[in-house]
Structure formats: C-alpha cells, structure tokens
Design a protein around this ligand. Structure first.
Ligand SMILES: C[S@@+](CC[C@H](N)C(=O)[O-])C[C@H]1O[C@@H](n2cnc3c(N)ncnc32)[C@H](O)[C@@H]1O
Length: 370
C-alpha cells in the first residue's frame, strides 16, 4: 500500500468526490481545497490517472517532515537515482503560498552545490510546474511539497493531466453543436467515476456523445440515447472517431430514445448524464423569466425519474441539472430535485460546477432509488 497526493482541479469538492467514488476503500482526505491524500493498494500509473477528470497531478508520498528537514529530504529524493551531469528537477508547493517557492528553490540549489551536484530547476519565475512543463522536464523529476498543519508531505510526481488528449477530444472531434452545449471531457470523466460502477453506463441525454466517448476510453460498455436523430448521428460520428484515434476497447450502443419513456430492452448498471439544460442563455435575466423553462424541465425530469422507477432501476444515477445566474442571484431546480426525492430516490451528492462567466452552471447530483 502506498500513500498518494492528488493535486485537485478547480472544483476541489468534485475532485475529492471523484476520488472517493473511484477508490472507495482509499479514504481520500481533502486538505484545504488544494490537494487530497489517499492510500492505494493497487499500483498507480499515468494510464490510470488519465481516467480521472478532476485531478491535476498525482505524486507518491516519500516523506513527512517538519520545516527543519525539508530541504535535505527533497535533495535526498531527487539525487537518489542521479548518475552524472546536471540534475534537472522541478518543485511545486501546495497548501502554502507560491511565494515560498523562491527561497525553497534557492536553498535546494545551495544544498546540491554543497553535495557537489550541479543542478537546474525547471520552475520559471519561481512558480509551480505546469502539466505542460512536466512533460518537457528531462528525467521527469518533480517533487510536490504539501503543507498540512506543521507537517510537510513530500511526494514524487508519477502522473500529470493529459492536457493534449483533452484538447484533441474537446476540439478535434468531427461533430460539435454549440446549441446543444457540450460537456467538458474532464467533467464527463468525473461523472462516470461518480457512478462508482465498472459496468455498463447509460447516458439517456447523450447529445454529441462526450460522456459516451469518455466512458468508452475508461473501459466501460456504454449505452447512449437522445431524442434527436440528427444529434444522435453526430454522437455516432464522434464515437467512431474516438474509437479509432484513441483505440477504445469497449463498445457503444447508440439509439434514438425519449428519456421520459421506459427502456425495458436494455441492460445497464448505472446512469450518468448531463440532462437538457433549457434553451441557451445569452443575457442575464430575472428569476421570473425562467418560469416557463423551469416548468418544462420539471416535467421532463419528473417523467424521466418516474420511468426509471417504473422500470425498477435501483443503480446510481449521476445527473447534471442546470442552474442559472439571474439578476436576483442563483436559481437552481430545487423543486425538481425535491420531486425526485419524493419519488423515493435518495440524493447522496450535490455539488455545483460553473465557470465565472457562465450564465448556466451544472448542478451535479447523485441519486439512487431505495
Ligand atoms: C445538454 S444536451 C447534452 C449534451 C451532451 N452532454 C454533450 O456533451 O454533447 C441535452 C440533450 O438532451 C436531448 N433531449 C432533450 N429532451 C430529451 C428527451 N426527452 N429524451 C432524450 N433526449 C432528450 C437533447 O436533444 C440534447 O441533445
């Protein structure tokens, strides 16, 4: 068993929830919103890390020290497998201000000089190493210094976010429809992980198929459906593309289906979807102006959950519902959510995801009928 540190994405609560769902026995503990620590039995590598949408970096912990032993411990670790020539490395700090990095890097350089080792740190302008910089770092030596109370956990980076892969999947896929709205691939991965399932996942509002694509790459059998035939055709093109470009092994079954109707002919273990978010919002409105949208979405989602209940589905349902920025503040689908709970679906996760400039955010919820 090893202890790992994960540097969390911007929405740190979602990131910790993702770790808890994917590694249920690892007991992840979030530390101040910047990083989380967890114990993993299984070997952890870049391939596994690529299935996590909410994490920036992962490092294997090699020491817990106080300030006094910080520099010597980092130097010991970085120089342990160094043979000759200049030692190239990077250091990033979490749980403490990046302002501390300058002194730390200079002290470390002094320490290497004392030990007769020529060294060069990759941190530019004394700031943390980015995922892109790590990829270019000779020897891939980066240490994470994570402050937790009076202690410093030190970890050697073993994996970083595959920024190029995300960008290719986000922007180069053949079918993109801005009107439908597109789920960021990282959030799609988080949602698949939040199901906690390794079986077949159904996205009943699949749109252009972002969640299907990510689920496939994570090794899940996927079912995807949408009421709109043209959109479904786009999803088919995207899935074919990702299967070829990224050599996905699992398969996807895509079909036209109205999510408010039961689906007795298919087997699935979990549901993960971003539902219909209402019409695109182009200006800040008042809460009152949303009444027709809320009424439409209430009907859609109550019918959807009613049909799941009628079909006897009692697996996890991870769903992204919209919430809106209005002149009077945030407007969530509270009534809709209460209605789902009244039907007998227990809610055990409720977290919001939005960028500052967005008028429509995503409220990520997890339900299970009980
Ligand atoms: C916000 S989009 C999903 C976008 C998708 N996650 C993506 O990244 O491409 C919602 C989708 O729900 C579909 N939809 C709306 N009502 C539906 C219904 N009753 N049954 C099935 N799909 C429906 C729409 O056609 C649309 O493609």
């Amino acid at each position: 068993m090893s202890t790992y540190i994960f540097v969390l994405g911007k929405d740190s609560e979602l990131s910790v929830a993702e770790l808890s769902a994917r590694y249920p026995s690892s007991n992840p503990v979030g530390k101040g919103g910047e990083f989380a620590m967890l114990e993993l039995n299984e070997a952890f590598d870049q391939k596994e890390f690529n299935y996590l949408g909410g994490q920036i970096k992962a490092g294997e912990v090699f020491a817990k020290v106080t300030k006094r032993d910080l520099i010597s411990s980092i130097a010991d670790n970085l120089s342990a497998d160094h043979e000759s020539g200049k030692l190239n490395y990077g250091v990033s700090v979490y749980g403490l201000s990046e302002r501390n990095l300058r002194l730390l890097l200079l002290d470390l350089k002094k320490e290497f000089r004392k030990r007769g080792i020529g060294s060069r740190f990759a941190n530019q302008n004394f700031i943390n190493i980015s995922a892109a910089q790590y990829k270019g770092l000779k020897g891939k030596k980066e240490v994470l210094v994570c402050k937790d109370g009076e202690d410093y956990h030190l970890a050697r980076v073993v994996a970083v976010q595959d920024i190029d892969g995300y960008s290719i999947r986000d922007f180069d896929k053949p079918f993109r429809d801005m009107k439908v709205g597109m789920l960021p691939p990282k959030l799609a991965q988080i949602m698949v992980n939040l199901t906690g399932s390794d079986g077949t996942v159904w996205d009943p509002f699949c749109g252009g198929g972002v969640l299907i694509m990510e689920g496939l790459l994570m090794g899940h059998e996927m079912l995807g459906s949408d009421i709109n035939e043209k959109t479904l055709h786009g999803a088919q093109r995207n899935v074919q593309w990702v299967t070829k470009e990224f050599s996905a092994k699992a398969g996807a079954d895509l079909f036209v289906h109205d999510a408010t109707r039961p689906l007795p002919t298919k087997n699935f273990d979990a549901i993960a979807c971003e539902g219909y978010l209402g019409p695109p919002q182009t200006r800040l409105k008042s809460k009152r102006e949303f009444n027709p949208v809320i009424a439409e979405l209430s009907e859609l989602y109550s019918k959807f959950f009613r049909s799941l209940k009628a079909g006897g589905f009692n697996g996890p349902v991870v769903i992204g519902l919209p919430f809106y920025k209005t002149r009077e503040g945030e407007l969530s689908l509270d009534e809709v959510i209460r209605g789902i709970e009244k039907m007998g679906f227990k809610k055990d996760l409720s977290l919001k995801y939005a960028r500052k400039d967005q008028l429509v955010g995503r409220h990520i919820l997890r339900f299970r009928f009980s």
